[in-house]
Design a protein around this ligand. Structure first.
Ligand SMILES: [Zn+2]
Length: 80
């Protein structure tokens, strides 16, 4: 990845929406202190989502089964 200064990558959520970006970067830490990108859809911090997903994946067998199913779907669609 090229080494842009952080400020150069900062976009507002409305810019991200206008550009159809899936993720955007505010340059400000989330409420849990992660300095990472946010999802344009919902504005959630990626690190938070990752931590939340991993925790759920580990502790919730139904969620795990659902995720495995989704991945299989996605792979099947990519082949088609
Ligand atoms: Zn976070």
């Amino acid at each position: 990845m090229p080494h842009f200064p952080i400020a150069a990558r900062v976009v507002t959520r409305s810019q991200a929406l206008a550009l159809n970006l899936r993720r955007y970067f505010t340059g400000r830490p989330c409420k849990h202190g992660h300095l990472s990108e946010r999802f344009t859809n919902g504005g959630a911090c990626i690190e938070c989502m990752r931590a939340f997903g991993a925790e759920r994946y580990a502790s919730n067998p139904e969620y795990r089964a659902m995720r495995i199913e989704q991945q299989r779907d996605r792979r099947a669609r990519a082949r088609a």
